[in-house]
Design a protein around this ligand. Structure first.
Ligand code: NG6
Ligand code: CA
Length: 489
């Protein structure tokens, strides 16, 4: 048993898990008993947001407490991108370290590595270990992007000196097969994007050569990350620890271990959610077995909203049935509508947090200042509100307002209202079949009465609209790329 007062902190971060994908959030046909246990035994937030509708920006804000639109480099990154967190910047793990925490990350990184061109055959730096993590066991970018290898504390695991890794996002290496030219080698077909190197029968984004022995087996990834997360807990039980457990599911390619194939009846997307839920259950069992569950704050949430077809033919669309990945919300991943950023959002601390549902407005950008308060640090970030009482379920007073982001476009939430400025660009991303929230004129929605954003009240409530635009621009400024010729009438 731990002899200490500071609680352990674990953030379990799913990848593309939708608001409607969890039983406790209304999913009926998809069993998620372990996520439900956290939701029903902790605070289940109904209005909790990721800072962005895509991965890298949300992760940037989660770890820094700074809105991602302040950092021009915080957008979906290729596997070769340099680190987008300044090594001198304050971060959540650094702040916790200062308070005596051991800090670890296991899972998806996707915040860039190195400073320019990375040599994957040498020690890779800077990365997670240079921005506050004592221990890191990561995939560099996404499961669909090369390099498809695990990196532990800056070194590619299993790499052999006579088979060096080369990565290129612009062009292929002479003689190497690709998803585009060698469909006969594929066990999973690409729908859009994902036409480059083939690893494990799956076509990826980006070209990779060498590193044969180091390549991951997708179907084992969930177990691999789980075991590392469990090991991290076991080896740090004598001191307060922070673990960022960044699951890869249900992002593409969806590759459930054979134990989970067919378990959801919804194809691989459902199966990997069942798998992720099982991992969460196993992980909690480990905390319990080590006597740590009552001294550990667990946060479970997702980096952005859901998508069915994100570039592979994997039956996600065909087998969805009645399941509503976004619940009653409009849009999905990449969207400025609610489903882009409003996600399952749960805080759980056995014996300390009383089970409740909270309708407070909260964001992942608030973890920094709130957790600083929890651990007795004076450090705060401007964008990050100290909502510790809200996260502990003791107060329902969340933020008054929040900037929302989707692929560099921004919108605004204040009170019950959402305001979306006009943007150029397609209304629907036809490949993924998601409404992006690009409107010809301002959108104004009362989310309390119209959670599905069906009624644009901008014209009939111009006073409210004006007030929202003013409050938005006071934070965001006016240079946010809205369609210029459309002026407020
Ligand atoms: C997109 C990919 C998509 C996914 C996404 C990143 C294409 C056509 N689509 O560019 O498959 O990888 O990037 O997702 O390449 S995220 O959750 O990491 O932001
Ligand atoms: Ca994601």
């Amino acid at each position: 048993k731990q002899e200490k007062t500071l609680p352990n902190i674990v953030i379990i971060y799913a990848d593309d898990l939708g608001y409607g994908d969890v039983g406790a959030y209304g999913a009926k046909n998809l069993p998620t008993p372990n996520m439900d246990k956290l939701a029903n035994g902790g605070v289940r937030f109904t209005i909790g947001y990721a800072t962005s509708a895509t991965c890298s920006p949300s992760r940037f804000a989660l770890l820094t407490g700074v809105y991602p639109w302040r950092n021009k480099r915080a957008k979906i990154l290729p596997g070769t991108a340099p680190l987008i967190i300044d090594v001198n910047q304050e971060t959540l793990p650094k702040m916790l370290k200062q308070q005596g925490y051991a800090t670890g990350i296991v899972g998806k990184w996707h915040l860039g590595l190195g400073t320019g061109k990375v040599n994957w055959n040498e020690h890779i730096s800077p990365g997670p270990n240079e921005v506050g993590f004592d221990y890191s066991y990561i995939m560099a970018a996404t499961q669909d992007r090369v390099p498809t290898v695990y990196i532990e504390n800056g070194d590619v695991l299993g790499l052999e000196a006579d088979d060096p890794i080369e990565i290129n996002y612009a062009e292929n290496f002479e003689g190497e097969p690709t998803g585009k030219d060698n469909p006969e080698m594929l066990k999973m077909k690409w729908h859009h994007g994902h036409t480059s190197s083939i690893v494990n029968g799956i076509p990826r984004i980006g070209f990779m050569k060498g590193g044969e022995k180091a390549k991951w087996v997708d179907e084992n990834m969930a177990d691999t990350f789980l075991v590392r997360a469990q090991q991290y807990v076991k080896s740090h039980k004598e001191e307060p620890f922070f673990l960022y457990y960044a699951l890869q599911q249900p992002h593409v390619p969806r590759t459930p271990h054979e134990r989970f194939v067919g378990t959801s009846g919804m194809g691989p997307r459902g199966d990997v959610i069942v798998e992720a839920d099982w991992c969460i259950g196993k992980f909690i069992k480990t905390l319990e077995a080590e006597g740590l569950l009552e001294n550990t704050l667990i946060i479970l949430t997702s980096d952005n909203g859901p998508v069915l077809n994100d570039g592979y033919y994997d039956d996600a669309v065909e087998k969805i049935g009645d399941h509503k990945v976004a619940g009653a919300l409009r849009g999905g991943k990449y969207s400025l509508f609610e489903a882009g950023t409003r996600v399952p959002f749960i805080t759980y601390w056995k014996g300390t947090i009383e089970p409740t549902t909270s309708d407070a407005l909260v964001s992942q950008v608030d973890f920094y200042s709130s957790l600083a308060n929890l651990v007795g640090s004076d450090s705060r970030e401007n964008d990050s509100e100290d909502l510790l009482e809200v996260f502990m379920g003791k107060s329902q007073e969340g933020r008054s307002q929040l900037i929302l982001e989707a692929t560099t476009r921004t919108a605004f939430r204040q009170g019950d209202w959402a305001m979306i400025p006009p943007y150029n660009g397609p209304k629907v991303n036809k490949q993924v079949n998601i409404e992006l929230g690009n409107l010809d004129d301002y959108g104004l929605y009362n989310l309390k009465e119209d959670i599905g954003q069906q009624q644009n009240l901008a014209a009939e409530n111009s006073e409210k609209l004006k007030e929202m635009i003013a409050a938005f621009e006071a934070i965001r400024g006016t240079d946010y790329g809205k369609t210029e010729q459309l002026e407020l009438k």
